[in-house]
Design a protein around this ligand. Structure first.
Ligand SMILES: *Cc1c(COP(=O)(O)O)cnc(C)c1O
Length: 484
């Protein structure tokens, strides 16, 4: 069911199944695994399904191995509503908030990471090998990964985050995790630095030899892993059904979906849903000041030559190399063209598609960018209506223009992960701590603070090693030796 975005190097299989792609996410020529065929959905088959049954249905029509799925879906039982891992709120007659943050770390990453993590742990158990998971995080992938694999047998997780690039809550979610199979590294640098260190390690022969000698395989939990993407298709489809079943749309009507985007995993799920026949008019890509995706969708030029990564108040979107765009290119233009474009990106830090290709892209995607001030303004505007949104969701709300089309705003984090920014939008001193901001907002709007967030502030930051880029490899080796 999966094939490679840059074609096959004759050393690997041409087609693989989901389980193999989860364990070995990198494909030939440094490409990715992606869907071979995208089947059409018959809405009548799915409109009455529960969330979990919809997931099973989608696995089935995609031909994905579902032998570990029942167990994986048990992970949703810890979400706020144990039957449905997401929630909706109506903002006005045409506008709906899709809340994807009802899981343990209060960000949308749990939607995929929880069931995917469980599936990965079970696969590893069956394999009887040791797996090293290397994660670079801009703030939310890290906590969600660690939550999903903590104490798992034969899995060792390294999580690298930019030392000053996350919120306190995000940092504490990683550094207070005391599971023996987890090591958290604070890196002097930004997210793109962390991601390239990771890539270099994976290509470093002496590091690979060390792992081979000690029987470690490598996998990854960021959204280059198709095991995460497959779970990110489901909630977009479920939202459409939700609107249909509640008579908010009729069955001839199309919807817009606005997605706060970084690495493009979330938006990619919506792209697949549209190809499967779900009536989505446009997927609108909301970006912050790191507007590479905005420029690409407007002009067809993906160019990071003269860009520096900017620190914004929506840090989970502070990314220049948006990995999952590659899967879109593959589906629209084929593997040869994708390989050519991606090689340009690696060599020249840019690529450009033709006008015809751009027209094709624009059948699916529209885009909008917001700077930090616009984000703060819209947080304030909604707070006056007693609706508290986080800065990532704010970029999506800011992209909305009421054109009569029913629109889903994908809300990717709960307010509690980014309380200081929200407090700032409300006029509180920008220098206040996460804890002060949490209490302030909680009191002012009578919002409970989830126990997983509240308890972070009473824990010790026992899992934190500050590193510079040159010695990451040796620190990882030392750690693996010390615990094995
Ligand atoms: C990860 C994340 C995003 C970006 O999602 P992608 O799938 O990487 O595009 C947006 N908002 C929040 C809060 C996130 O954690």
């Amino acid at each position: 069911m999966l094939i490679e975005t840059r074609g096959n190097d004759k050393k690997r299989c041409v087609n693989i199944g989901l389980h193999e792609a989860i364990l070995n996410p990198i494909a030939s020529f440094n490409g990715l695994w992606s869907l071979k065929n995208i089947p059409q959905i018959n809405i009548n088959d799915i409109k009455d399904l529960s969330y979990n049954d919809l997931t099973k249905y989608i696995f089935e029509i995609l031909g994905a191995d579902s032998s570990l799925l029942d167990d994986a879906l048990l992970s949703y039982k810890t979400f706020d509503n144990p039957h449905t891992p997401l929630d909706f709120a109506k903002l006005d007659d045409n506008l709906f908030l899709q809340k994807l943050y009802t899981g343990p770390t209060r960000a949308f990453k749990d939607m995929a990471m929880q069931p995917f993590g469980r599936m990965l742990c079970n696969l590893v158990k069956k394999e009887d090998k040791k797996y090293l998971i290397l994660t670079a995080t801009s703030g939310d992938t890290g906590p969600a990964t660690l939550e999903a694999v903590k104490n798992a047998q034969n899995i060792y997780a390294i999580c690298m985050y930019p030392k000053d690039g996350t919120s306190d809550v995000q940092r504490l979610q990683m550094t207070t995790n005391d599971a023996k199979n987890i090591k958290v590294l604070a890196l002097d640098g930004d997210f793109d630095d962390a991601q390239s260190i990771l890539k270099n390690l994976l290509n470093d022969t002496s590091f690979r030899e060390f792992l081979d000698k000690n029987n470690f395989c490598i996998s990854a939990t960021n959204s280059i892993n198709f095991g995460r993407i497959i779970f990110q298709i489901i909630y977009h489809i479920y939202s459409y059904i939700y609107l249909l079943k509640n008579h908010i749309i009729n069955n001839t009507e199309s919807i817009n979906i606005i997605v706060p985007s970084g690495n493009f995993g979330n938006a990619l799920g919506a792209f697949y849903a549209k190809i499967m026949g779900i009536k989505i008019n446009k997927i609108i890509i909301a970006t912050n000041a790191n507007s590479v995706l905005f420029d690409f969708i407007k002009t067809g030029k993906y160019d990071i030559r003269n860009r520096k990564l900017l620190k914004t108040n929506s840090p989970a979107m502070d990314i220049l190399k948006s990995s999952n765009m590659e899967r879109v290119l593959f589906h629209l233009y084929g593997h040869e063209r994708t390989k050519e474009l991606m090689e340009n990106l690696d060599k020249n830090k840019s690529y450009e598609i033709s006008n015809n290709e751009l027209a094709k892209l624009n059948l699916y995607f529209d885009t909008y960018k917001s700077d930090d001030n616009a984000t703060l303004a819209i947080i304030k505007e909604y707070a006056q209506k007693n609706i508290i949104i986080d800065p990532h969701t704010a970029t999506a709300l800011n992209a909305y223009k009421n054109d009569g089309i029913k629109t889903i705003i994908v809300s990717t984090a709960q307010w509690s992960k980014f309380a200081p920014t929200i407090a700032k939008a409300l006029g509180l001193d920008s220098a206040c701590s996460d804890k002060d901001a949490l209490d302030y907002i909680s009191n002012k709007f009578s919002l409970p603070i989830h126990k997983n967030i509240e308890s972070l502030f009473n824990k010790d930051e026992c899992n934190k090693t500050i590193v510079d880029s040159s010695n990451v490899g040796s620190i990882i080796k030392e750690w693996l030796k010390s615990i094995n």
